[in-house]
Structure formats: structure tokens, C-alpha cells
Design a protein. Structure first.
Length: 181
């Protein structure tokens, strides 16, 4: 494991499949939410299961610091008065998940899935899938992560993949790989 938290910038996402994905759709809500918590950079402890990376310690822990440039989304707090908070939380989780799967798991985000396909995104040219969820309720995060793993493994394609559940109130995320059943 490398020393210290991994520093991840939301601006990096704008270079991830720029011709196919519109990452800013998720970056702006993430910035608004993290600025509401008044944390910059925004630290998160990531609890990893079945993830292989030089960044993860022997206990399956990873620390990250999320940052952004002030000019990336000025006046971001207005978004919280425009969009329902639960939607902002969910979109923020997608931004964090995109960073984790691209930087830590070295995957490529291919495309969004259709509703009902038991995951949110295809990865690596439809080889894997990604399921994401966000919450501010620390009491339900671990249970939700387990449920999302079961959900991903029931996808109609028989594919494995990653699950990311972010709990922003206590700055913890659960990041796991689930092989196909």
C-alpha cells in the first residue's frame, strides 16, 4: 500500500470517455454535496472487498481525498435548492464510484444499462457491471451494500462486477467485486 490518502480530482472524470459519457452530470452534484458538508478536500475511508490494488492496505482499507478546482462549479450550493437531496446524494455516489472503478480498479466505463438490468453501468466493453448507491444514513449503508451485491449478481447477463455504496454523512464507502454466479 502507498502511504497517505489517494488524491482524486473530480476534473479527472472529464477525461474518462469524453466522447461518450457526460461526467459533469455527476461531478456538479458531488461538489455541491461535499461543499455543504464543508470539507475540502473531502476525505473518505473506503472499505474494500475482493479488490486488488496497490493502494489498499492489508485490512482492505483505502483512504481517498476528493478535490476539485473552485472554478469547476462556482455557486454549487444552489444545486441543493434546485434538485431533491436524495438525487444529489445518488449522483454524488456515481461520481465517487466512477473515480474508484477507473483509478483503483483500472476499468473503463462503457455505457449506462437499461432500467431493470440489476446494475447501473457496463464496464470494460460490457465485460463487467457496476452498481452504485448513495446514502446519508450510516445505519443502512452496510446492509444496502450487501443487498446491492446480491442485486448485481442477479443481472440478466450473468456478469460479475463492482458495487459502490457511499455514505456521505460519515465519509465512508463500501467498494467490492462480485464474481458472476
Amino acid at each position: 500500500m502507498e502511504n497517505g490518502p489517494i488524491k482524486l480530482s473530480f476534473e479527472f472524470l472529464e477525461s474518462v470517455s469524453p466522447d461518450e459519457l457526460w461526467a459533469r452530470f455527476f461531478i456538479n452534484p458531488a461538489i455541491a454535496l461535499m461543499e455543504w458538508y464543508k470539507k475540502f478536500p473531502f476525505p473518505m475511508d473506503i472499505e474494500c472487498e475482493r479488490i486488488i490494488s496497490k493502494h489498499i492496505n492489508d485490512n482492505g482499507q483505502l483512504q481517498i481525498e476528493l478535490s476539485w478546482r473552485p472554478d469547476t462549479f462556482p455557486h454549487s450550493i444552489r444545486l441543493l435548492k434546485t434538485i431533491q437531496r436524495e438525487v444529489v446524494v445518488e449522483y454524488s455516489a456515481v461520481a465517487v464510484a466512477f473515480l474508484l472503478v477507473t483509478v483503483i480498479a483500472n476499468c473503463t466505463i462503457t455505457e449506462v444499462t437499461l432500467r431493470g438490468e440489476k446494475a447501473d453501468y457496463f464496464l470494460n466493453g460490457r465485460e463487467l457491471m457496476l452498481e452504485v448507491s448513495g446514502t446519508e444514513n450510516s445505519k443502512t449503508a452496510k446492509t444496502r451494500h450487501k443487498e446491492k451485491g446480491v442485486q448485481l449478481q442477479s443481472n440478466p447477463y450473468g456478469k460479475g462486477g463492482y458495487v459502490v455504496v457511499c455514505c456521505f454523512s460519515n465519509r465512508i464507502a463500501h467498494f467490492s467485486f462480485h464474481p458472476p454466479l
